[in-house]
Ligand binder design. Structure first.
Ligand SMILES: C[S@@+](CC[C@H](N)C(=O)[O-])C[C@H]1O[C@@H](n2cnc3c(N)ncnc32)[C@H](O)[C@@H]1O
Length: 205
């Protein structure tokens, strides 16, 4: 499929797919059952499952974006891709929609949604992951209020001007929220363009 074939095609997802794939190759294998939250166009799922042998990957989206996601992925003949499911992190009923998983992946979502949704995200992920399971989040982050670059500071201002409830999240605040839900930050890997890959591990709450 060429980029133009994806409904809701995201140029950013095309740019970061390769560096993300390099990292995911070190984290996932044929025992990995991945749930992706906020999958967007499905570009990441299509790319990663075409390379990482044996991994199963279930995408999810809010209702408004689900049809486009289903349409995009229906054209891949790939039995590693499970049926996309509806998952709005704010809807408690939706957390029973995905198949069982041992890994949750989410790229560029936590700064888009409200803090209330970030809380629901960690609560939901903490609830569905088995002990030892991993949460992998990717995007821009702050650390004790500090930005990792001037461009991220500008991006944060832009995000908040567009939607006051959104914004680049502080890893220290996320760690507190994660801890309440049995998730510990295990690794923080620097990624291109001032992004980070955060790897969280589920432990008994
Ligand atoms: C910036 S896009 C990222 C899409 C994709 N992960 C990527 O990296 O290209 C943010 C995604 O979060 C999804 N989203 C927004 N609110 C959500 C919610 N309450 N629950 C789940 N996903 C949500 C949007 O539909 C959108 O696809």
């Amino acid at each position: 499929m060429t980029p133009v074939d994806f409904l809701n095609y995201a140029p950013a997802a095309e740019r970061n797919a390769e560096p993300l794939l390099e990292q995911l190759k070190t984290l996932l294998d044929s025992s990995s059952r991945v749930l992706e939250i906020g999958s967007g166009s499905g570009q990441h799922a299509a790319c990663f499952t075409s390379v990482i042998q044996g991994v199963t990957w279930q995408t999810s989206e809010v209702f408004e974006a689900l049809v486009a996601l289903q349409h995009n992925l229906s054209r891949f003949r790939n039995d590693q891709l499970l049926t996309p499911v509806e998952l709005d992190v704010l809807n408690p009923l939706h957390w029973s929609n995905p198949d069982p998983c041992n890994t949750v992946f989410s790229a560029n979502t936590l700064h888009i949604v409200s803090w209330q949704a970030v809380e629901a995200f960690f609560n939901g992920v903490g609830g569905i992951l088995p002990n030892g399971g991993r949460l992998i989040t990717y995007g821009p982050y702050r650390y004790s209020g500090r930005y990792t670059s001037e461009s991220n500071r500008e991006f944060d201002s832009w995000l908040q001007a567009r939607d006051a409830d959104s914004g680049i999240r502080d890893v220290v605040e996320l760690q507190k929220l994660a801890a309440v839900n049995g998730l510990l930050l295990e690794e923080d890997r620097a990624m291109p363009a001032n992004n980070q890959l955060l790897i969280w591990r589920k432990r008994q709450a």
